[in-house]
Design a protein around this ligand. Structure first.
Ligand code: URA
Length: 220
């Protein structure tokens, strides 16, 4: 699996593993964490991830005049963007996206595993009409097997979004999920704050965080 990760290095953007980030991870991975601490610290990591995702968008030169009469040769994002959250856990990332991109359009996709076939089933998709002309920040904190991710990306491509316009943002990623996404959609870029060891027999990541949605929304 390490070889797969190595071969996808150019599309997987792992946040720098700073002391600060590891402290935030220790806080949210602690099984005894209080919910408000979990939400607060997970949101801090999500903010870093969203900022890193914005870095992958196209930029164009943008000069401005400073108050002291000089020109600053800067940049600005040259593409329209939108967010798409994969319900339910992905909704936890919407606030942080709105905080850095006020007024951003946010679509939603709900995919659940069919209890009989065990295959991911699309229940709901509400996306901006002009999504094909935008770069998409696809939001799901957990990339485990990749089944849901593949189905969600399929929906985006079906609406005309090119693979290379999709930036998939996850808090934790399993090597199995990264490999699944990369094998099917080699141009999709991924941003994560941790690549975990592996999945357990119940498809939870190890060392992991447990059920992110339950811990974030208080339904455990
Ligand atoms: N979803 C979660 O919430 N946690 C995992 O470890 C895997 C999928």
């Amino acid at each position: 699996m390490t070889n797969v990760i190595r071969s996808v290095e150019h599309v997987v953007h792992l946040l720098p593993q700073t002391k600060q980030l590891r402290a935030l991870h220790a806080s949210i991975r602690d099984r005894h964490a209080q919910r408000e601490d979990f939400v607060f610290n997970a949101s801090r990591i999500i903010r870093l991830l969203v900022e890193a995702g914005l870095e992958l968008l196209p930029f164009e030169p943008h000069d401005v005049q400073t108050p002291v009469g000089r020109t600053y040769h800067g940049l600005r994002v040259s593409s329209q963007i939108c967010g798409v959250s994969i319900a339910r856990a992905g909704e936890s990332m919407e606030v942080e996206l709105r905080a850095v991109a006020p007024g951003v359009r946010i679509g939603k996709i709900l995919i659940q595993r069919d209890t009989t076939t065990k295959l991911p089933h699309l229940f709901y998709a509400k996306l901006p009409d002009d999504i094909a002309d935008r770069h998409v920040l696809l939001l799901d904190p957990m990339l485990a097997t990749g089944g849901t991710a593949l189905a969600a990306i399929e929906v985006l491509l079906g609406r005309g979004v090119p693979q290379e316009h999709v930036v998939f943002i996850n808090l934790l990623s399993a090597p199995e999920g990264i490999a699944a996404v990369h094998e099917r959609f080699p141009l999709v870029r991924m941003v994560t704050s941790s690549i975990e060891e592996r999945l357990n027999e119940n498809a939870y990541m190890l060392p992991g965080i447990g059920d992110f949605g339950d811990r974030y929304f208080g339904t455990d």
